[in-house]
Write a protein that binds this ligand. Structure first.
Ligand SMILES: *Cc1c(COP(=O)(O)O)cnc(C)c1O
Length: 385
């Protein structure tokens, strides 16, 4: 008798032992670009892998279930997923986006606006007056990214959905930073979820990929049709690796966020630290919203060194376990310096407005021993002379 499966079970076992050819427990990797027609003049489930592929379909089905959506499209990157989502906005339609959204998202939106394809307004979505003013311009789509990068500010998804419902705006949430293990925007009323599966879903820093999940079956179908038309669907091999990563999503994220909280507490009491930005700390300005809409605070945090750029230089040079790199969500711990790395393209004035100082560092906490991570931070902070 089939039981009602929890999300953890879906992640670990969706599609397991369903192989009809040989009873393979792990769903096989179908690399084939094409499939033989069984009968002349009769269509079948699989014909050509850009349209549909059995390996990619199991990943799409798993992601749709984890986000409690009607269907998912798995794409070649997070950016292609966002571009696919934006195809649902009509010519000249207004998109409201976070002023501090992911750099690649900012570049894409600005470029589409520049080409006259859509209209875009970048708004501080934590500022209810600014947000309300933007809603007055009758947007077609509101894109939410929460927690924000790199200051981990949390935006109230339900409140934005409620405001959007007063007009015709659809709501999409980029859920990359938390993953469905910790936040399920469709259950809060959003219409779409977007992922860079490159991050927590794959979790091993060896695939670039993305996904769009829709709450409405007709929307999911329209997205799949356009993904085939433009050819942005993911490769079978990448899909296989990503599904393999998803198997351990909950175990990884639970362990990583336990270490993240311990690290946040360690940093908060350290004399060389000016500020720690982690929604799991009661001192965080949006701690309350996070506690309401998330089932955990995740493993991303940022912190500011009192000694600014000079401190950063000595600190990163001393790191042993942590790697200085962009990206996030892998099993290995990373530290990035937003001013010179992820947010360099913003320019100094935009960074100042966004609150990104030269002493700010962003951390993605991995699966190494918590005590080793803290010891590495401790010795690197001591190296600041
Ligand atoms: C990385 C990232 C993206 C872009 O995804 P790619 O897989 O790099 O194309 C979009 N949004 C967020 C929040 C990200 O972290």
């Amino acid at each position: 008798m089939p039981i009602q499966r929890s999300f953890k079970t879906v992640a670990a076992a969706n599609g397991i032992a369903t192989d009809k050819a040989f009873g393979a427990v792990t769903p096989p990797l179908y690399l084939s670009s094409n499939f033989a027609f069984a009968t002349f003049e009769q269509g079948q489930d699989y014909e050509y892998s850009r349209v549909a592929n059995p390996t990619r379909d199991i990943l799409a089905d798993t992601l749709a279930k984890l986000e409690d959506g009607a269907g998912a499209v798995v794409t070649s990157s997070g950016m292609s997923a966002l571009h696919l989502l934006l195809s649902r906005v009509g010519p000249g339609g207004l998109v409201i986006a976070p002023h501090d959204c992911y750099g690649g998202t900012h570049r894409l939106l600005a470029a589409l606006k520049e080409r006259g394809q859509i209209d875009v307004e970048f708004v501080d979505q934590g500022d209810s007056v600014a947000l309300n003013a933007a809603f007055g311009k009758e947007p077609q789509l509101v894109l939410v990214e929460t927690p924000s990068n790199p200051l981990m500010r949390v935006v109230d998804i339900s409140a934005i959905v409620e405001r959007a419902r007063q007009g015709k705006a659809k709501v999409a949430v980029d859920n990359t930073f938390l993953s469905p293990a910790l936040q399920q925007p469709l259950r809060l009323g959003a219409d779409y979820v977007v992922h860079s599966t490159t991050k927590y879903l794959n979790g091993h820093s060896d695939v670039v990929g993305g996904a769009v999940i829709a709450a409405d079956p007709a929307e999911a179908e329209a997205l799949a049709a356009w993904a085939n038309t433009t050819g942005v669907t993911a490769s079978p091999f990448d899909s296989y690796l990503t599904l393999r990563g998803v198997r351990t999503l909950f175990a990884r994220v639970e362990r990583q966020q336990t270490s993240a909280l311990a690290i946040a507490r360690f940093l908060e009491q350290h004399p060389r630290i000016a500020a720690v930005h982690y929604p799991g700390l009661p001192s965080h300005p949006t701690h309350d919203i996070a506690a309401r809409q998330q089932s955990g605070c995740g493993a991303m945090l940022s912190f500011e060194l009192k000694d600014g750029l000079h401190g950063v230089r000595s600190f990163v040079a001393a790191l042993d376990v942590f790697t200085l790199a962009e990206s996030l969500g892998g099993v290995e711990s990373l530290i990035a310096h937003p001013t010179t790395m992820t947010h360099a393209g913003m320019g100094p004035e935009a960074r100042r407005i966004a609150g990104i100082t030269d002493g700010l560092l962003r951390m993605s906490v991995g699966l190494e021993a918590e005590e080793d991570l803290i010891a590495d931070l401790s010795q690197s902070l001591s190296a600041i002379g």
